[in-house]
Design a binder for this molecule. Sequence first.
Ligand code: SF4
Ligand code: SF4
Length: 370
Amino acid sequence: MLHEVAVPAAWADATEDAPAACDERPDFVRNIVDVMNRQEGDELPVSAFLGYEDGTWPVGITAFEKRGAAIMVPVWDAEKCVQCNKCAFACPHAAIRPRLLSAEEAVAAPASIEHRPCRIQKGFEFHMAISVLDCTGCGVCVGQCPAKEKALTMTKLENVMPEGARKWDYAEKNITYKKPTQGKLNVANSQYLRPLNEFSGACAGCGETPYAKLVTQLFGDRMMLSNSAGCSTVWAAGAPSVSYTTDENGHGPAWGFSLFEDNAEYGFGMFLGVAQIRATLALKMKALLEGGDISAALRSIMEEWLEGKDLGEGTRERAAALTAALDEALAEKDDAELKALREKSDFFVKRSHWIFGGDGWAYDIGYGGL
Ligand code: SF4
Ligand code: SF4
């Protein structure tokens, strides 16, 4: 049986340049990403890529897509929620996130940003933010919700728009991400950390992206990641979009991918290269400690850095202290050895190395390189 579907007359005047869902779109997104997403990438002149000719590509692009692909999206009931954060842990797209509001943020928030006192992080209010335009409608979050009466229910996207998009936007712009300080870094507490892999192009309900997302929550600000060609490259960096992103300090995973058969060597090479540079830095510092003319303050900071060189915990603080002490010393006198150390300050932070690949890569072709 065929049914006629009437095409609205207004569609005759439809344009392809629909108003952007995100009001602040960087030039790169407007001039390159949007053009490619309109299937007009072939029209881009080479000159459009000036500034990116070395092959680098800006990250955090998926946040501007706001695809609105879900038919059904979750709605949160603050009364029924037990604040376990299992929904956020399992969400493949980082589209549902528990947020901690300070007292000031709670007072300033509009009534639509519902919140309750946080059970674990005392002194903060708890709000569950949902990006309905990035949600894929998989329902995994609802399935995970252990509350006696589910604290999440699915509703049609049209029932929550445009207010749903505004609420997410408000939370992103006005509520800072806070590191949990009370209790263990368990499932619930891990979800207060900002995911640095968000809104990937993975299929609805993907079982791989929640793990990749979690790794970025725990280590993302100092992560170096080698990825084998496959599903995890497609959802992460299917041109022109990249789902890896940066935190408020501009720190995030450095990502690159290699062919299936070389990924292990590629990631191992990254590790060896960084290890070699850091080992050389340590040797130079030890030589300075033994015979160099350096202040007592710089000496103690170098000793502390050497002691914690391979520890992730506190590495950013030690790196920042060493960089500041070197700057101070160099402001007083021009010293070639101190300058050489300062030039490699990017390597003061202990990096977290990862190699991602699927089972075919791990069991078969790719793993041999290790
Ligand atoms: S429905 Fe799926 S994509 Fe949407 S918030 Fe829940 S788990 Fe995430
Ligand atoms: S899974 Fe349910 S109870 Fe747990 S935080 Fe999410 S909405 Fe609340």
